[in-house]
Design a binder for this molecule. Structure first.
Ligand code: ADP
Length: 487
């Protein structure tokens, strides 16, 4: 699977073959820190998406009937191969997406676990016997849906692309994966290499990359082509809304994991050091480019001054710069446009009364870890996809919950308290798909029901929840012999 820097990758992966984009075009894939070209990648089009869907549809029946042992073997092999090549993959994560060493290691460990759990998913009982009053033997049987369209983002490229196809394929579906234009290899074509070597039959996983700004026609084909039965999407709320509207018109099921303006509540009884560490990690891991990042730190008044002072101090110590240096915490944002967007959102908040407690400045592609106070609602209720957290001071826990819910989003939240019972009771009042008591909002394990409410989307990746998402439930009855009809 080794593809060295600045080489042309082998092609789109369609029907088990490496192939040029139908128009023969390519695009340059850049290192967000150095700006160097990491690889030259095929610029696929709607025509290529059509070819990929056709290949997936052709492979569908055979894969749906494959014995679970075969699916299990493929995923166990893929996990081993990923681990065997982990240095190479970590290097790609850094060069293609600016991932720091720690975040790359987290992604690698997560995905190896995800594949091993997908291997077990192949053997999960998929149905139930339902008592019938007619004497029929009645069953609810879960079957693969057929072709799944998977649209993945660049930010946690390894995890978010892998989860978009692992459960669907383990459950007997075939997939067309469309990675982000910012992570075409490590969030896309890499999987063609690994899964071919792991013995996945041709056409079960197809991968179509495209140039920046050219996602729309491929997305349209995935939504409109009747052979694609379910779509899963991870990305911005804006794009998710567009896809959901189109999916609605086509009566197509869609799973959406979108943005968040995730709160971290620090109650007055919290251990200060642990609260400060949780806030820094939750806000600044991967430069805050994680859908679950803590964007709002809501702290109870009695400890607010001490907490803020210590958090500002800690934030100043986080090393920013080259993600290739193993102790770097804050690496580059994904593009110059991303830096400009974060900068303009912070500048706008400041113009409306916010104070910068630390950070607030960019050096090239790296935006410094930033804490704001007195940010306007306009800032806190929206998502700023970078290393910026807004601190709010509240009078009591009820006010903290009200502020936590004052957003159209609802992905993840954290509550830090020395009283876990109280934490649990508050957790149940928070409008989000995920809440962690005595942890910050950034967490995931392959078997957990992962997803949001409100503007953060619907549907769940992970473990048993994936069975509902990526299978159809069929009611089947069997009777023995003949039986009377009324006429
Ligand atoms: P971000 O701004 O974080 O990149 P996006 O929602 O734009 O978030 O991107 C997430 C994924 O959605 C990427 O794979 C991107 O290429 C894809 N995407 C962007 N626009 C569309 C679209 N109109 N249809 C389908 N996919 C799209």
């Amino acid at each position: 699977m080794t593809v060295t820097a600045a080489e042309t990758v082998r092609g789109l992966h369609i029907g088990g073959q490496w192939t040029e984009a139908s128009g023969g075009k390519t695009f340059d894939d850049h290192d967000p820190f150095t700006g160097e070209v990491v690889a030259t990648v095929p610029a696929g089009s709607r025509e290529d998406a059509k070819r990929a869907i056709h290949a997936a549809a052709q492979a569908s029946r055979g894969w749906a009937q494959s014995p679970p042992a075969e699916r299990q073997r493929v995923f166990l092999q893929a996990a081993d191969r990923l681990e065997a090549g982990s240095d190479d993959v970590a290097s790609w994560l850094t060069r293609e997406t600016g991932s720091t060493f720690g975040f790359s290691m987290f992604q690698l460990q997560f995905v190896a676990g995800l594949f091993r759990q997908a291997a077990a998913l192949a053997y999960r009982p998929l149905g139930e016997i339902i008592p019938s009053d007619t004497g029929a033997f009645a069953m609810g049987i879960r079957r693969p849906v057929g072709v799944v369209g998977a649209i993945a983002p660049w930010n946690a490229a390894l995890i978010l692309s892998a989860r978009s196809f692992a459960s669907p394929i383990a459950l007997g579906n075939t997939v067309v994966l469309k990675p982000s234009e910012h992570s075409p290899y490590v969030g896309g074509l890499l999987w063609g290499d690994i899964f071919s070597e792991a013995g996945l039959p041709d056409g079960v996983l197809n991968i179509v990359t495209h140039a920046p700004g050219e996602a729309g026609p491929i997305g349209d084909e995935l939504v409109e082509n009747p052979d694609v039965r379910v779509i899963n999407f991870t990305g911005s709320t804006e794009t998710g809304r567009t896809l959901a509207e189109a999916a609605g018109r086509n009566l197509k099921r869609v799973l959406l994991e979108l943005g968040g303006s995730n709160p971290l509540i620090i109650l007055a009884d919290a251990d200060l050091e642990s609260a400060v560490n949780a806030a820094a990690f939750g806000s600044f891991l991967h430069q805050g480019q994680i859908c679950m990042s803590a964007r709002r730190i809501i702290v109870e008044q009695p400890i607010a001054d001490d907490f803020v002072e210590r958090l500002v101090e800690k934030t100043r110590t986080l090393k920013a710069g080259d993600p290739k240096e193993p102790d770097t915490i804050i690496g580059p944002l994904i593009t110059d446009e991303a830096v400009a967007t974060v900068k303009s959102r912070v500048d706008d908040a400041v113009a409306k009364g916010a104070k910068v407690l630390v950070g607030g400045e960019a050096e090239g592609p790296v935006y410094g870890a930033t804490l704001l106070a007195d940010a306007p609602d306009e800032f806190t209720s929206a998502e700023t996809f970078g290393p910026v957290a807004a601190i709010e001071v509240v009078g009591d826990a009820d006010e903290a919950v009200a502020r936590a819910n004052a957003t159209t989003y609802g992905l993840s939240a954290g509550i830090i308290t020395s009283d876990p019972d109280r934490g649990l009771s508050l957790a149940q009042q928070i409008e989000s798909g995920i809440v962690h008591v005595n942890d910050q909002p950034v967490a995931d394990e392959p078997q957990m029901p992962f997803g949001g409410v409100k503007g953060s989307g619907y549907g769940r990746f992970g473990g048993a929840a994936a069975i509902d998402e990526f299978t159809d439930l069929h009611w089947v009855t069997v009777r023995s012999g003949t039986h009377p009809f009324p006429f």
